[in-house]
Design a protein around this ligand. Structure first.
Ligand SMILES: C[S@@+](CC[C@H](N)C(=O)[O-])C[C@H]1O[C@@H](n2cnc3c(N)ncnc32)[C@H](O)[C@@H]1O
Length: 234
């Protein structure tokens, strides 16, 4: 197992998320109880329980390219016939879907590229909710620039332009909450503390990076974070 996955295995979630935000996103689209849902870039399925609660009648296809996350997810929801995990690329998931949920994964593909690619997989009237890294203030501190290492992170206006470029309407936005970030970072801190004493140099480097990420977010969380966006084809 690589050092990265020594840190990132066995955690309940792999990015920020909170049930209130999933409930909010579902409310924005008024999704029906019998919806077909895609959790794109699901990781180990941290959002699946809240998605099930928000849309109890829905079936969920959870897709992630990292097969061990999907193995964990399938074990976790083995008793739930409405949840299926699939190790695959998020852009190859076969629809139609009434609702695509994509938390912390769209940046791997690009907002415009992902929304354009998912258009054919959306059922008529279908909608997408995604979270994406966002600058909340202009001229972020150097630590934030360093964290993104050249990734073209933009502000809300920039994300709106990326949504429009894909031919979608932006229905609603809200910043991902501090509670959602802490739901990701606090278990990770516990894991870092447990792994540190026996870590080799490669693992120490991964643990250092994770500590930098969480310290940067805690110090500058009013400057940057994730923006949760709900969109629908125009
Ligand atoms: C930051 S994690 C978020 C995981 C989960 N949504 C959560 O909030 O806990 C991003 C996930 O996207 C997955 N991923 C990235 N690019 C992908 C792709 N092209 N196809 C499928 N999964 C991808 C990664 O393996 C990772 O599990």
């Amino acid at each position: 197992m690589t050092a990265f996955f020594k840190l990132h295995s066995g955690l309940d979630r792999e990015g920020p998320g909170h049930p209130d935000e999933i409930a909010w996103a579902v409310e924005q689209v008024g999704a029906s109880g019998a919806a077909r849902m895609l959790d794109a870039g699901s990781g180990p399925g941290g959002d699946v329980p809240a998605l099930r609660t928000a849309m109890p009648g829905a079936t969920i296809l959870a897709v992630d390219s990292h097969a061990p996350f999907i193995d964990d997810l399938n074990a976790r929801f083995a008793d739930d016939p409405q949840v299926t995990g699939q190790a695959a690329d998020i852009m190859t998931a076969q629809g139609p879907f009434d609702f695509i949920w994509c938390a912390g994964a769209i940046y791997f593909v690009g907002v415009t590229e992902a929304l354009s690619g998912w258009r054919a997989a959306l059922a008529p009237g279908g909608a997408i909710a995604f979270s994406q890294a966002c600058l909340f203030r202009p001229d972020p501190p150097a630590a934030v620039d360093t964290l993104f290492e050249g990734y073209p992170v933009t502000d809300e206006a920039g994300i709106k332009a990326q949504v429009a470029a894909a031919g979608y309407d932006l229905l609603a936005t809200r910043p991902v909450s501090d509670a959602a970030w802490e739901a990701y970072f606090q278990p990770m801190e516990t894991r870092i503390a447990a792994l540190r004493p026996d870590a080799d140099p490669a693992l120490n480097a991964v643990l250092d990076d994770a500590e930098t990420e969480l310290a940067t977010w805690r110090a500058h969380r009013r400057d940057f974070g994730y923006l949760l966006c709900v969109v629908r084809p125009a």
